[in-house]
Design a protein around this ligand. Sequence first.
Ligand code: GPW
Length: 829
Amino acid sequence: ESGERRGKAERLFRLMDGFRRNDPVSLQKDILDHVEFTVARSRFNFDDFEAYQALSHSIRDRLIERWHDTQQYFKRKDPKRLYFLSLEFLMGRSLSNSVINLGIRDNCADALNQLGFEFEVVAEQEGDGALGNGGLARLSACQMDSLATMDFPAWGYGLRYQYGLFRQVIFDGFQYEQPDYWLNFGNPWEIERVHVSYAVKFYGNVEEELLNGEKCKVWVPGEMVEAVAYDNPIPGYGTRNTINLRLWAAKPSDQHDMESFNTGDYINAVINRQGAETISSVLYPDDRSYQGKELRLKQQYFFVSASLQDIIRRFKDSHSNFDEFPDKVALQLNDTHPSLAIPEVMRILVDEEHLEWSRAWGIVCKLFSLTSHTVLPEGLEKVPVDLLGSLLPRHLQIIYDINFFFMEDLKKHFGLDYDRLSRMSIVEEGAVKSIRMANLSIVCCHTVNGVSRVHLELLKTRVFKDFYELWPQKFQFKTNGVTQRRWIVVSNPSLCSLISKWLGTEAWIRDVDLLLGLREHAANADLQQEWNMVRRVNKMRLAEYIETMSGIKVSPDAMFDVQTKRIHEYKRQLLNLLGIIHRYDCIKNMNMNERRKVVPRVCIIGGKAAPGYEIAKKIIKLCHAVGEKINNDSDVGDLLKLVFIPDYNVSVAELVIPGSDLSQHISTAGHEPSGTGSMKFLMNGCLLLATADGSTIEIIEEIGEDNMFTFGAKVHEVPALREKGSALTAPLQFARVVRMVRDGYFGFKDYFKSLCDALDGNGDFYLLGHDFGSYLEAQAEADKAFVDREKWTRMSILSTAGSGRFSSDRTIGEYAEKTWGIEPCRCPF
Ligand code: GPW
């Protein structure tokens, strides 16, 4: 019967003329159709936003066609699949990215033009999808793009937060947070799957039951919430493959709480039910510290449970033997946030599928791989046992059992070395007895990946030293990468055309190593001229944006010196600010003649501080206070400007990065696991001023020390320097600029006191004092290089040329081969 139905559908499809067509006239028809029937506006009268909605729905239709074909193809071929589990995805905008990956950008622009609209203006109407904090979350988004483009049979799973990362507003130089209710204007990029939903259980207790004469555990939950799927199609570039990012939203379950309805308190019962939705309501904004929050734990389990029910249902569609599960499924944990998946799979296999413990454990150990994004032991997730035991009583038992067997193994391996046993135990005894999610993950994952070479080194020698000694083969690294589709093709179209022109091909968009071909032209005067022209236009666009946002006029002749990333002490925005104060101080003390030789600079800083992170907030205020002084000083004029770009997010980055000359990646060595912003700037021909940390170590190797500005203590020097204290190692200028802040030169003396105190004497944990001297030298080098136009442009071209290794295509290729064991599965056109 279903064969007959299928035959009918195929005949009808042919009558309908097959797939949506992508010529400008067909696109126009589709847009008008959606204006009329989806947006419900008159085709004679609609505005830019409505044009955005209608175009997006037209693109969505095309994504859905490809999505269906891809999923059907995967189903038929039944390859091993990868499921990428992450609590955060920073997708940014989807329209431009989609039309470029579908290869129909120009036709869409034509179609809009015919209707009296401009593509760029229409694309600007879209909000920014910000379901994540920073690097970790944007990395997930870049990797999804590579997975789709490289035809891998993969899906992403995450949470559909109703409130994304807070919006940052600046008032009087202070950061305030506002809610990002991003679904307010609808979201054409998601497909609600009302029928794909699963019950997720919480609380309650564990009972024993007899099944065929054997005792087994049954979890009797106390609360039930429904998880509903929202699918976000991810199109690959230059392929029909379109994969899926499935995000879960919490809805009240019909079984949620029948009791309260029976008592007759109908209104309160309904209100209670509604509370279920809070689980997926808001993203935690404290990038890297969510210790001990019940709601966060609930989010993690909610997402893990729904995803695994979905994955196992799909597996069972065509398989019945769980021993085949690891041949068909790879589960990737993006940091330890989804690590409850480990006890959850054990629970399903043992309690629900009734497999023997040891057989289940054998399966689980082949399924999971972990990527760690952490360097500090304090940054590792811990869950208090009381909290876990009340929310997920059965999981706590399972974790104890896993730990019991692990401890037995350890004793066999190392003997009764109690210090080691207690360090490696999944359970931390102490004031608050807790579960160490990293230990749980390492015990169970077949591979633990670091995000850069030096990061792996730190994992091996410090953070996970004991585990490395036990299982050296588990520890690997895959240096992060970013997608050139978003970070060149979408965000810098004119550079994209220029690169294609000089390489004589667009193939680098899929095969990024081809960028190396630019090296041979780096000194070519024609390329240099065209290169500078493109960069100049991008700078003018950024200058315009700065003026609208801050009212500050900046000259595109100046060097645009940029540091944009989350505000953290270890990222050292404060070092940047102290350097700016020093530059200001120098200019003030110059005579007219000397001032003529100064290379004009526009210093640009942007980034959000976690709402509870006081020091980070003070750094933002200091930036404004210093800017206020400098920007209004007529002695200085265009020689120095300092601007703070508010609400830095993916869309703002797409504008800022192509317009930057110099970008700063100046973390204290050994503190940035990788860093991915640097790679985006590099691709766009922006020169880097950087410490040797995380991925910049590998960037230096790739493009050569001569093509960037490096400074500062090395990773292995940091511990000893810290012992010494900054009083001994800081240059005189350092004390002077700190004193200016301390003495209230920029106002807010009391407020900034704690910032200054932290830099004193034996404090200065992040070595600002020690690195200050070499930082100023690197800055002086940059000034010198900037006035040598030929040299600077060559360095800029060589930066782009050498950025190929930092594409997420390379990263994903390595994961696929070495960690996941998956192969491309390309859907025919
Ligand atoms: F705490 N990263 C992040 F280490 O953005 F897990 N959020 C986080 O919570 C953490 C790391 C964690 C970043 C790293 O700081 C950055 O160096 C790295 O490039 C990025 O993750 C992607 O790996």
